[in-house]
Ligand binder design. Structure first.
Ligand SMILES: O=C(O)CCC(=O)C(=O)O
Ligand SMILES: [Fe+2]
Length: 305
């Protein structure tokens, strides 16, 4: 039986409207917003994260990828992520649309991904499988995968099955149904938790400049689900007091339902930040935003070559 060619991944630009973004996500469950930020912003994220990656272990399973490293604590380590990516207007609009069944939605995790030459394609999957729960009636997750380098035909651009967010729970993709999310550096790929997708095969030359595919994966989830990262443990008030209030709520300093997410005597957890700021007035001062410096990420050895 021949398979119908997959529909293309919708492509938007930095000046596309909110309506275009909503339509793309409703119909395909995914889209690329080309060059949502400048290449300099991505270089700054890479420069902030690369000092930490050598302490990160490679994956130990086919799914995690033995040629893939995922380094955490992106919110704390990358000021550029906090200032330019975390609450980017496209992210906020996409989350408000896809996760609209919940009163609030949060950042669930933010990881810095390195995909090295030689890494095979990842199993096509739905991210909602990670919860080990019965199928959800609505979308609970939304990914923003930021292209810190180009995503192209050879360096493992994510493969997706547009429209598969609407499939029955027992349907699985067959070969030929997935398409590559090619995207220039600075773009953001959105896909919902129900869209089948997976990292592509990295068939590129390990000796080429910029051979490692770099990405920041920010995943967002409805407020009534557990965040993937224990962010309040990672970013307690003495670490995070100077951050923007909206960002603080977004990482978990907020109630997440009518009677959910309390702190102490059923209080709003944002009070923990306010009390810390009152006791430590200088900690509340937000340092002025810096222009991201232009830097080129160093080349890495491939563990699979
Ligand atoms: O790296 C990618 O392109 C996607 C990775 C992914 O889907 C996952 O690890 O869940
Ligand atoms: Fe995934």
């Amino acid at each position: 039986m021949s398979v119908a060619p997959p529909s293309p991944i919708p492509r938007l630009g930095p000046s596309s409207s909110e309506a275009d973004l909503r339509d793309a996500l409703s119909e395909a469950g995914c889209c690329v917003v080309e060059q949502a930020v400048s290449a300099e912003v991505m270089d700054a994220v890479a420069a902030e994260m690369l000092p930490f990656v050598d302490a990160t272990a490679f994956g130990t399973t086919d799914f995690a990828g033995i040629g893939t490293r995922r380094t955490g604590l992106v919110v704390g380590r990358s000021r550029t992520f906090r200032d330019h990516l975390a609450r980017h207007p496209f992210v906020v609009s996409a989350g408000d649309h896809v996760l609209d069944s919940a009163l609030v939605w949060n950042l669930s995790f933010a990881h810095f991904f390195e995909l090295f030459p030689g890494e095979p394609a990842q199993l096509l999957h739905r991210d909602t499988w990670k919860y080990g729960a019965p199928p959800f009636p609505a979308e609970v997750d939304l990914n923003a995968l930021w292209a810190v380098t180009d995503f192209n035909e050879t360096n493992g651009a994510t493969r997706l099955v547009p429209g598969s967010h609407l499939w029955d729970d027992d349907r699985r993709p067959v070969p030929g149904e997935d398409v590559g999310a090619f995207a220039p550096k600075g773009s953001v790929l959105f896909y919902t938790g129900k869209v089948f997708h997976g990292g592509g095969a990295h068939t590129g030359d390990a000796d080429a400049e910029d051979s490692v595919r770099l990405a920041v994966n920010a995943q967002h989830s409805v407020g009534w689900l557990g965040q993937t990262e224990r962010m309040l443990l990672e970013y307690p008030p003495h670490v995070a007091a100077s951050w923007d209030d909206d960002l603080l709520r977004f990482i978990g300093y907020q109630r997440t339902g009518p009677a959910l997410g309390h702190w102490r005597n059923a209080e709003d957890p944002f009070l923990a930040i306010e009390e810390y700021r009152m006791a430590n007035p200088s900690a509340a001062a937000v340092p002025p935003e810096t222009v991201p410096p232009k830097t080129v990420p160093p080349k890495k050895e491939s563990p699979t070559s």
